[in-house]
Design a protein around this ligand. Structure first.
Ligand code: CUA
Length: 313
């Protein structure tokens, strides 16, 4: 259906069916009631001063009819909802588990073999997937429209999403719970790969991500990471301050004053430390809210980001 997102999971058709069923029932009832309303207003209008209002005392047959039919329709809608929800929440014992961590404002995915990706989720086609999700800070909500799955993430407990992707391709991920200034930039992509492609992706090293763009100069790789690793949510690159974090424009080589009254130069090692352990030095006037990227971004990625910052003179 043209007006709906692509259909790419086993749930998508079911959710669409219920959506269309409820829409058809609602539109049909609305049209019928509006028609009868107008029809009766005209048919039973007061025609003259001595046109008496008929004494209506009720009609058991009609009253039963308009009680029983909507009740049956409601039960049908409930049953579809119940059956599909049950299926959606039932855990497949063979499901492939991926851990999802949400924080302001990015998604981190941890795979069974220890691989980690940022804002880019990789899943094999036709295999039940179970996402085990948790938030590191405020409420977020994980939504993949093409799969018709959505679930809130909380700070103090795990929540889950089960799905089986049915179509290779790249689909969008959204955060659908307002979570602060970077909420609208908190997105990502899910890559549905064939079994063979997934196996080779899984066997590849994290360095491959950087190697794959080996034709690009390092600062160009860093520019891509600026978007995909979520830096864009807090750091401007046009010199505008007032964001959650300092701007990157002209940052390299600048003298920085820290909130403990010490100061230092923004050189390569300072930038590296600030990416890996942001709480080590907090620039005066800013809050210590940046997540640590140690172990999340690898060496080549951090180097690429630093080169990108250097290029923003
Ligand atoms: Cu995370 Cu909105």
């Amino acid at each position: 259906m043209e007006w709906l997102p692509p259909v790419a999971s086993t749930f998508a058709d079911k959710v669409d069916f219920v959506l269309i069923l409820v829409t058809v029932i609602s539109v049909a009832s609305c049209v019928l009631i509006a028609f009868l309303l107008i029809y009766f207003v005209i048919k039973y209008r007061r025609r003259s001063d001595n046109d008496p209002t008929p004494a209506i005392t009720g009609d058991s047959f009609l009253e039963t009819l308009w009680t029983v039919i909507p009740t049956i329709l409601c039960i049908v809608i409930f049953l579809y909802g119940y059956i599909y929800y049950d299926e959606y929440t039932t855990v497949d014992k063979n499901a492939y588990e991926i851990n999802v961590k949400a924080q302001k404002w990015m998604w981190t995915f941890n795979y069974p073999n220890g691989k980690t990706t940022l804002n880019e989720l990789y899943v094999p086609i036709n295999k039940p997937i179970r996402l085990v999700m948790q938030s590191q800070d405020v409420l977020h909500s994980f939504f993949i429209p093409a799969f018709r799955v959505k679930q809130d993430l909380l700070g103090n407990r795990y929540t889950f999403i089960n799905f089986t992707a049915t179509k290779e391709g790249i689909y969008k991920i959204y955060c659908t719970e307002y979570c602060g200034a970077g909420h609208s930039d908190m997105g990502g992509k899910v890559h549905v790969l064939s079994a063979e492609k997934y196996a080779s992706w899984e066997a590849g090293s994290d360095e491959d991500v950087v190697k794959a763009s080996a034709d690009l100069p390092l600062d160009e790789v860093g520019k891509g990471l600026y978007q995909s690793a979520g830096c864009v949510a807090c750091h401007s690159i046009d010199g505008s301050e007032g964001g959650v974090g300092p701007t990157w424009k002209g940052l390299f080589g600048k003298n920085r004053e820290f909130d403990d009254s010490s100061s230092g130069t923004a050189d390569e090692n300072y930038l590296r430390e600030s990416i890996e352990i942001p709480s080590a030095k907090i620039v005066k006037g800013y809050m210590p809210v940046m997540p640590a990227y140690k172990g999340v971004l690898n060496d080549s990625q951090i180097t690429a980001l630093i080169e990108y910052i250097k290029s923003l003179k």
